[in-house]
Design a binder for this molecule. Sequence first.
Ligand code: GLA
Length: 354
Amino acid sequence: MPLLTAWAPGRVNLIGEHTDYSGGLVLPAAIQLGIAVRVEAVAELVTLSSDTFGDSEPFAPNGDGPAVSGWARFGQAVARELDQLGRPPVGLTATIASNLPAGVGLSSSAALEVAIALALCAIAEFELEPLELAQACRRAELRAVGVPGGILDQAACVLGEKNAAILIDCSTLAYRSVAVPAAAALLVVDSGVARSHEHSGYADRRNELEHAMSTDLADLDPLSQRRLRHIKTENERVVRFADALASNDLQAAGRLMSASHASLRDDYEVSTPELDELVTLAEQAGVYGARLLGGGFGGAILALVNASAAAETGAALVRAYRGTARAITVRPSGGARVDSAASNRKAPSPAPFE
Ligand code: GLA
């Protein structure tokens, strides 16, 4: 029997893509798939092992010492960030299980960071506010793999709510939930082209945006104008999308998703031919709307579909796509949590892609 299990979900972002790192608006939902860290014992070092990811080298509970390699880099970086916030240096031995596909745009690295952070905090009886923990994990990602992400993924992971998306203002971290109508299903279709923002153009886009934002309007080159136009129009779409959901207008919400995709493709230039193909196929199949999911450069699309047609539409897209796609329907679900031994949940079942 483990001492405790920390669980953290992946996320989809309904709309508001590449807006987080300039203090804009995002509207993510945590999903039912995630990563579980089962803490077996308190120990001198932090030792993480996983059937899903493989074994890893142990590291010191304050994250100090030689950098470990592979996926445990995230754990070591989290330990380092928590140490800076005052977490007592308590080690642990834990096993990690996941049913959240990696490299698809469902934020598996944020789920891993948050689950490890929750386990490290719980075992040391150290408490942080959810958004403080999320910010420590965002800094850990930069420390571990040099990806200068915004707060979207980690915030969605800790704030998730059943049947709702979370509207977050990334400049103040103020947030509120927006109910997702029961008639709407969220269909994720993976293009089969994996991407990692460690090697994608993600950091380039962030630099281009920072350059554009610090340039006088009169001196803006065409590329900077396109980058800024995406941010401005995407922030407007987030507000209109939240209104559309609140008034149960799925047609309007879907049109905004498709407009978001066009803007990410043409103005922000983070799409790929495979993602464009899947979005076009989804639109032809009669979804309300579809767009690339997460940072882009590969990974998956998200389609807003009538709940009664979700499975059928997913299967049709997989058949029609020229590559090897996988489809799954995700549900807005609760955020990360810790279960004590008494209420321990079972390890997640294997990845449910069809
Ligand atoms: C990645 C990053 C997020 C966000 C999205 C794009 O998922 O981790 O912070 O910038 O891309 O919206």
